[in-house]
Design a protein around this ligand. Structure first.
Ligand code: AMP
Ligand code: MG
Length: 534
């Protein structure tokens, strides 16, 4: 069958309502801020934005949904994905969840500015939930307005698609729409609120369920609903687990095991590309191990395990780059507590948590071997990796450019040549002696290690370029795209979106998107520091 003929228009897109049909909902239909007990969701209508206009869309995402890509150009598309008009069968709802924020239980949070439009059954058999972010208040908005500003929407839109093309599990984005209305924000919470352009992103994911979706039910002792949500999630998103149709204790444990491994895999990918999530609260942890809720995230430029882009976390640095694996484990412990009423046995849950640690450590080392182009395992590889990270601290070294250039080392070269090979990664022109010596010493160990490998240089280089991206959404690039977009020029958003589709491939004329952070960006808001205000 010709697949192209099978693509749907917006009017013929089939919207599934299984989430709201299966799980208990809030009986109150009015939209006001409240606690919502005994429910997984509340019905809510998105706000209408009659002046909405499309800024960008992901035609690959449209195709994946089984939607004709040309539909993205239609006026109806902008009306639907700004929340201004609903398609037949769309019964919008916001989800109830709780969470631990910065280590403390925060009670009910929920979709304060996210509204789900429903699920689409895609041609590939995957079910995708469509979710608008920034489409107005919901019962979970607490004291906030339910809206989103353009800057944070550009960042979410570009980064989630970029992560997908890097091969990292993530929620996706279908489109970015300007609402044509302004939103007031005090960007650094310092008493300087100002009007900013508003926007809506349509996010797409197999599921938006979070660790916090289960935590809130357990905190409220709503064990029946906890079981219903767990069973729904297992059946839909973990169908490969034995007993997924009718889960018992063993299935819940297998599920927990799977969630732990998926979470570990996701974090290993983040560590591979230098991604710092910035707000790893348990309400921002996807049950499916997807990167979710792009807020004050950032990309390592100079390799610094202590770096966090989130100014709200500047003091404790809980969510710094190097802490992410440990925080993921801390969050998994909270998730284990949340599903405890289904298992009622702590020991197997604890055993699985221990396994997370060994699985992560092995996965991290394998990932690092890949970055260094090593095929074989050697008991000294961990020391080699740790020594490299130590060496990075001697002078500012751009993580992305270092690994990208390291593949140019040839086995026959002298160790001193590493300095010239990775020179583009150094932020300073004059290397301090200890940094030069440290790098040459490490280079010698690396060359010795390469001698144990059989793979020829050119094949190793090719493999390294497949895991070490050249183009990542550097913080200053996202900020430049935002600055222009706020002036009505969306070219750079489109350019970044295009280039980031092939992050591992050198692209002619796109050198300006692969450069080190310029000096001016070191201290500029949006480039090196971001707040949660969005
Ligand atoms: P975040 O830090 O973005 O993960 O958000 C934490 C909680 O605050 C979630 O429940 C969000 O839905 C909610 N929230 C964040 N921003 C807004 C907003 N502008 N309006 C309503 N709720 C919000
Ligand atoms: Mg969130």
């Amino acid at each position: 069958m010709n697949k192209a003929l099978d693509l749907k228009t917006l009017e013929t897109l089939e919207i599934d309502t299984s989430f709201i049909n299966t799980l208990p909902g809030d009986p109150i239909l009015e939209n006001y801020t409240r606690q919502v007990p005994k429910a997984c969701y509340s019905h809510v209508q998105p706000e209408a934005f009659p002046k909405a206009s499309l800024i960008a869309c992901s035609k690959e995402m449209a195709l994946q949904l089984g939607l004709k890509p040309e539909e993205c150009e239609s006026e109806l598309f902008t009306r639907v994905f700004s929340g201004t008009e609903l398609l037949e069968n769309m019964q919008p709802y916001s989800c109830c969840y709780g969470g631990h924020q910065f280590g403390n239980w925060a009670g009910q949070l929920g979709d304060g500015r996210a509204i789900n439009l429903g699920d689409v059954n895609a041609p590939d058999g995957q079910q995708w939930t469509l979710q608008l972010k920034g489409s107005g208040p919901t019962p979970y908005s607490r004291s906030a307005d339910g809206l989103a500003v353009l800057r944070s929407s550009v960042r979410e839109y570009l980064c989630s698609e970029a992560m997908h093309h890097l091969g990292i599990p993530t929620t996706r984005a279908l489109c970015l729409i300007a609402t044509g209305e302004s939103v007031v924000r005090d960007m650094f919470y310092d008493g300087h609120p100002k009007k900013e352009p508003g926007a809506v992103v349509c996010r797409v994911s197999p599921t938006f369920t979070r660790f916090g979706s289960f935590e809130i039910l357990t905190a409220r002792k709503e064990t029946d609903i906890l079981r219903s949500l767990a069973n729904y999630t297992i059946k839909k998103d973990f169908p490969h687990l034995p007993g997924s149709d009718n889960p018992g204790k063993a299935t819940y444990l297998d599920w927990f095991h799977d969630v732990c491994l998926k979470t570990a895999d996701m974090v290993i990918h983040w560590m591979r590309v230098g991604f710092v999530h910035g707000v790893m609260n348990t309400d921002n942890m996807s049950i499916a191990g997807l990167t979710i809720d792009y807020g004050p995230y950032g990309w390592l430029e100079n390799y610094d395990p202590d770096w966090t882009p989130n100014t709200t976390d500047a003091e404790g640095r809980r969510y710094r780059f190097g802490n992410q694996p440990m925080i993921a484990l801390w969050n998994l412990v909270q998730f284990a507590n949340a599903i405890y009423p289904l298992v009622e046995d702590a020991e197997p849950l604890e055993d699985i948590l221990k396994e997370y640690q060994t699985y992560y450590e092995k996965g991290w080392l394998d990932m690092m071997r890949g970055k260094l182009g090593l095929e074989k395992n050697n008991s000294e590889d961990e020391a080699l990796c740790l020594e490299l990270i130590q060496t990075f601290s001697l002078t500012e070294t751009d993580m992305t450019l270092f690994f990208r250039h390291l593949c140019e080392m040839e086995k026959s070269q002298a160790s001193e040549s590493i300095i010239e090979v990775v020179r583009p990664a150094f932020y300073s022109d004059e290397l301090p002696d200890n940094a030069r010596n440290g790098m040459v010493t490490w280079g010698q160990k690396y060359l010795d290690r390469l001698q144990q490998e059989n793979r020829p240089d050119h094949l190793r280089s090719e493999a390294m370029n497949g895991v070490n991206p050249l183009y990542v959404l550097r913080n200053y690039l996202a900020q430049q795209a935002i600055d222009k977009s706020e002036q009505g020029d969306h070219f750079m958003i489109h350019e970044l979106q295009e280039v980031l589709k092939k992050p591992y491939t050198l692209q002619d004329g796109k050198e300006h998107l692969a450069g080190k952070r310029p000096e001016w960006a070191r201290t500029r808001a949006g480039c090196s520091m971001l707040s949660c205000s969005s």
